[in-house]
Design a protein around this ligand. Structure first.
Ligand SMILES: Nc1nc2c(c(=O)[nH]1)N[C@H]1C(S)=C(S)[C@@H](COP(=O)(O)OP(=O)(O)OC[C@H]3O[C@@H](n4cnc5c(=O)[nH]c(N)nc54)[C@H](O)[C@@H]3O)O[C@H]1N2
Ligand SMILES: Nc1nc2c(c(=O)[nH]1)N[C@H]1C(S)=C(S)[C@@H](COP(=O)(O)OP(=O)(O)OC[C@H]3O[C@@H](n4cnc5c(=O)[nH]c(N)nc54)[C@H](O)[C@@H]3O)O[C@H]1N2
Ligand code: SF4
Ligand SMILES: [Mo]
Length: 741
């Protein structure tokens, strides 16, 4: 029955999604007239066959940006999803992924029953069980682990808004081993660098005043392929008004195609370019002198440090024209303080110098006066959200992810460090993984290590919505209701004005899937942690939190969001700047780094060149996909059937490879990929290839995605770890291209 619901919705909504012709629409309206138009009073005068008038305002979870959406519901199907006009992150519009949420809710491959493993780990052989049995099994095994090794022997991995219930559960249980690949495999270096420099992170969502900027510099950030909705909307406004766009990318990205200047940099040499830009701004006196004198420390040391880094020096490293390096710096200086070097997001590129490269970006932004100025980085406001009172968490040993002195500036536990501790029990054993909403097999580099660690566990639990690769290794699988079928905790937003949003169900949970809040509470009660879950149900929880936070739950349910009062977020609006660093200033030169034995100012280190016959493997995003999590989504999958490997046209000619040919990659360690189709293009340098991440699924249950494209992770056998914060640089892998057949 549940399958049937999925299939119906699928065929119906897919036609909608692709935009059916008027004739088909009329035919469908005729056959569905009764159910569609009866009771359609809510939008009098507008006949929209996608809905019976029920529109639920809630929050997207097709990625982690948390846009407000309006889900249109017809006969228990989500037929259309639009951007909520009330939500500050969507402003009535969505990215392509967000519109395809129905393809997840109605995915015929959804997990709909709790499962217990019956074959060896990884065999994907399970037996369906009741929630009683599934939760009982987990609780029993966790208790044994606690008795033998202590509560810290449990690690929790997570991603997404729904993880909050489980973070609460495991803090109450007594472990600090809670990590997300979105730190050490993503934004960690950037967050640490901005924190060291400005005493604050650029935030998620990044608080960038893109639309108001006069000059925007994108280093790698491939907006338009990276589809973070609000940024892309502001970027479109910026381009439309003729803003000066400078894009640094070895690939002619979508963003590069909108730029006044594209700088096709030699991969891995960005720090050299950044140092030269700093050099030009300082030696030509084009930085924001008053701002720096007032707010920054370490300027003289910085000026001395960059003196040798002329554009000519950087040209030799980056392969860019020195005059272009000089003129682009002058353009930034002329637009400042309405000039912005995007801090980036996925910053774990080359490992050793990732935090330092991000530091160079932060320093450049400081010289431009970007922090706190209109057209730069605005200072966000939040909204006060009172917690539902629960007992304090027990004290727990420090996380097992790092040895003494390792990655001293990590702001969160590092995911691959927990994997390492699982394998060597140093400083103490890790025996169970509880995995919520992260497909560790694809998102942690060095897949073989991940599988080895998993095979050594006493317990692996996966909470997911579809049978992703990680699910196939779990001992117990807990099917969560999709984001369109559940309440989650209140979602606070720090933005130009603070806001609080509500995720609420548009549909009942599919099959026997359950919302995360319910799963965490039931498991908590079995583990003797009932005092940490004193709410009767989600209504009780939300009502109490809203009451304590002075928010009206009925308004939240109606609008999906409550936006806070106007407040100054830039100097131009009257904001007084303050910096939460030890010196209370912007730290151009970082004493904190120096004290721990790191360079106080960014130093450029030349990356290794690809050996003869090899290309550097670069990876990134495709507009209609989120990592691997949307590959099985029939609506979004219609748009990208797997993805192609970008190869430079002259390199392709040399190799005798034509557009569309299938090739295999073989990396420097001999790892061989499955066959992948080639996109032969002038849009990438000849020393690298590019692959969108998120394909190459192997899980049997992903009937639609399985076997499409290849996983960049299969070629990432080497990582270079950032000594400052433990990020895994994943772009130090080289591949040769071998023709198939
Ligand atoms: N559609 C879609 N959008 C997404 C996501 C998604 O899954 N799908 N995920 C979101 C998440 S979590 C993140 S972290 C972001 C990631 O997206 P971003 O942070 O914008 O991009 P990166 O992954 O850092 O970099 C990818 C780009 O860097 C270029 N590049 C590679 N090597 C170098 C180099 O050495 N120097 C320079 N200058 N450029 C280089 C690549 O050609 C590519 O264009 O995207 C977000 N947006
Ligand atoms: N090789 C390589 N590795 C990378 C990257 C790369 O580009 N290449 N990118 C890195 C980056 S930037 C990031 S942020 C990380 C992201 O990596 P992850 O955090 O692993 O993110 P996803 O791939 O989106 O995995 C999400 C999992 O959550 C499940 N899921 C989706 N919705 C729900 C839900 O509502 N509830 C539950 N319980 N589960 C749900 C999906 O089915 C999927 O199994 O990966 C990093 N690792
Ligand atoms: S950026 Fe797209 S996928 Fe991400 S939350 Fe917004 S609409 Fe959803
Ligand atoms: Mo990310």
């Amino acid at each position: 029955m549940h399958r049937a619901r999925g299939m119906n919705a699928l065929t119906f909504s897919r036609r909608r999604f692709l935009g059916v012709g008027a004739g088909t629409m009329a035919a469908m309206a005729a056959t569905q007239a009764d159910s569609v138009f009866r009771g359609y009073g809510a939008h009098a005068g507008v006949h929209d066959p996608c809905t019976d008038g029920r529109v639920v305002r809630t929050v997207c979870e097709l990625c982690f940006w948390k846009c407000g959406i309006q889900a249109h519901v017809l006969n228990n199907h989500v037929t259309k999803i639009q951007g909520s006009p009330l939500h500050p992150l969507s402003l009535g519009r969505l990215c392509p992924r967000g519109t395809g949420g129905g393809g997840l809710a109605h995915d015929p491959d959804r997990l709909v029953r709790p499962l217990v493993r019956v074959g060896p780990r990884g065999s994907e052989r399970f037996e369906a069980v009741s929630w009683e049995v599934a939760l009982g099994t987990i609780a029993e095994k966790l208790e044994v682990i606690r008795r033998r090794h202590g509560p810290e022997a449990v690690a929790m991995f997570n991603h997404g808004a729904g993880a909050s219930w489980f973070k609460h559960l495991f803090r109450a249980w007594g472990t600090n081993n809670i990590a997300a690949p979105s730190f050490a495999q993503c934004r960690g270096p950037r967050d640490v660098a901005f924190d060291l420099t400005f005493g604050a992170e650029p935030g998620s969502p990044e608080t960038l005043d893109i639309a108001a900027s006069d000059c925007l510099v994108l280093i790698g950030s491939h907006l338009g392929e990276n589809m973070h909705n609000t940024q892309v909307q502001e970027f479109a406004d910026f381009v439309a008004k003729g803003g000066d766009l400078i894009v640094v990318d070895p690939r002619f990205s979508v963003a590069a195609s909108k730029a006044r200047t594209w700088l096709p940099i030699r991969p891995g040499t960005d720090t050299a370019l950044l140092l030269a830009w700093i050099h030009v701004l300082i030696t030509e006196g084009r930085y924001q002198r008053e701002y720096i004198e007032r707010y920054a420390q370490g300027f003289d040391e910085l000026a001395r440090h960059v003196a040798p880094f002329t554009p000519e020096w950087a040209a030799a490293e980056t392969s860019l024209d020195p005059e272009l390096i000089r003129s682009t710096a002058r353009r930034m200086g002329a637009a400042a303080p309405a000039a912005l070097v995007h801090p980036g997001r996925h910053a774990t590129w080359y490992g050793a110098d990732d935090t330092q490269r991000s530091r160079a970006i932060a320093i450049l932004d400081a010289l431009l006066g970007a922090w706190g100025h209109r057209g730069g980085i605005f200072v966000p406001a939040g909204m006060r959200l009172a917690p539902y009172p629960t007992p304090p968490y027990p004290s727990a040993r420090p996380a097992a992810d790092r040895r003494p002195d390792e990655a001293p500036f990590a702001l969160e536990p590092i995911a691959q460090g927990l994997r390492r501790a699982t394998l060597d029990s140093d400083p103490y054993p890790v025996k169970a993984w509880f995995v919520y909403g992260t497909n560790l097999i694809q998102s942690l580099p060095q897949k073989a290590e991940t599988i080895r660690a998993i095979q050594s566990l006493d317990l692996l639990v996966a909470v997911d919505v579809i049978p992703a690769e990680i699910v196939g290794y779990a001992d117990v699988v807990l099917p969560e209701a999709s984001y369109l079928e559940r309440y989650d905790d209140l979602i606070g937003l720090s933005w130009r004005r603070g806001a609080v949003a509500l995720r609420q169900p548009a549909l009942p949970p599919l099959g026997d899937s359950k919302p995360g809040w319910w799963i965490a509470k039931k498991l908590g009660e079995r583990l003797g942690l009932g005092a940490y879950f004193p709410w009767r149900d989600i209504d009780d929880y939300l009502e109490e939190r809203c009451r304590r936070s002075n928010l009206d739950l009925a308004t939240l349910k109606r609008d999906g969001v409550i936006v806070g009062p106007e407040r100054a977020s830039t100097v131009e609006e009257g904001l007084a700047l303050s910096f939460h660093t030890p010196s209370a200033k912007i730290e151009l030169s970082s004493e904190r780094l120096r004290e721990r034995g790191f360079d106080a100012l960014p130093v450029y280190r030349r990356p290794a060149d690809p050996p003869a016959g090899f290309f550097r493997l670069l990876y990134g995003r495709a507009p209609a996909q989120t990592f691997g999590r949307t590959a099985n989504n029939r609506q979004l999958g219609e748009l990208t059937h797997g993805d192609r490997l970008w190869l430079n046209a002259s390199a392709a000619a040399r190799l005798g490879v034509r557009n569309g040919d299938r090739v295999r990659m073989v990396n420097q360690d001999g790892a061989r990929s499955e066959p992948v189709a080639v996109k032969v293009t002038e849009r990438i340098r000849a020393d690298c290839v590019f692959l969108p991440h998120g394909w190459g699924h192997t899980a049997r249950g992903l009937r639609y995605a399985r076997g499409k494209g290849v996983d960049d992770g299969d070629m990432i056998t080497r990582v270079d770890v950032d000594p400052v914060m433990g990020g895994t640089g994943m772009r130090g892998n080289f591949v040769s291209i071998q023709r198939e057949g």
